[in-house]
Design a binder for this molecule. Sequence first.
Ligand SMILES: C[S@@+](CC[C@H](N)C(=O)[O-])C[C@H]1O[C@@H](n2cnc3c(N)ncnc32)[C@H](O)[C@@H]1O
Length: 274
Amino acid sequence: MMQEIEQLGPWFHNLHLPNGEQTAPNHRLGDFPAFKWRELEHAIPADLTGWEVLDIGCNAGFYSIELAKRGANVLGIDVDPHYLRQAAWAAKQFGLEDRIELKQMQVYDVARLDRKFDLIWYMGVLYHLRYPLLSLDILSQKLRKMMVFQTLSMPGTEVAEAPEDFDLNDRQRMLETGWPKMAFIEKKMAGDITNWWAPNHAAIEAMMRSCGLRVIQRPGHEVYLLELDEELQKQQQWNQSEYLSATGQDWTEAVKEKVGDKNQYMVSGDNGKQ
Ligand SMILES: C[S@@+](CC[C@H](N)C(=O)[O-])C[C@H]1O[C@@H](n2cnc3c(N)ncnc32)[C@H](O)[C@@H]1O
């Protein structure tokens, strides 16, 4: 067993295997991600029987395994085949291979999955993306109940009230502490060139709202529990054609809805007369 663990390494998840062995006992973050799981496990229903779960960036499958243990059917996706090999092996060690399906996919590919999920597990991935808001738009379209989200973030928890509208010259307010902001990391953070973005708390809440999601709990540092909110969804300034284009789908019909009326207005309305 020890030999298999070594062959499959290096490991980012320290899994506690049923025989007592661990995959990364000397992890630089400590007993990771078990200590994170302990912060939030009570916020998740104990019985997930019948739940369809999507674990994005599943890595070696720590969370997929914990959720499958609670009865869920899990689809774990990751871009990296090295981690997917670990996850497949680990699922077998726990006898959960029938509950955990694994696929090599990008988060953006979820847009073309013809199914929805009761729970989307979205931890430790957003800040690694070049297109973070696109990923949230995609996931909000595929969610039925609940999302668990975690990201690297900027310090602070202040939240300024979002104005309905504001003046073009009133830019100072965007420098207020509680204004939604996302810091861009051009080079590296902690030696990692894939750390691109760090939103502040206000930006996390605001981006989620604009995707129709409401924060219902913050069970741990940088961890958010979210639910779909019908009222927020109704208010969404949704641009279907842009979404379809960004996800590689045919958008030509959808764009008519956006520009059709305006073009008519420009021909026959005030603009046309000038
Ligand atoms: C920091 S690890 C987080 C792992 C796990 N979700 C957790 O919270 O412990 C990021 C994981 O996301 C995967 N990943 C990175 N970019 C991705 C993408 N575009 N789509 C899906 N997975 C991605 C990486 O291969 C890696 O396994």
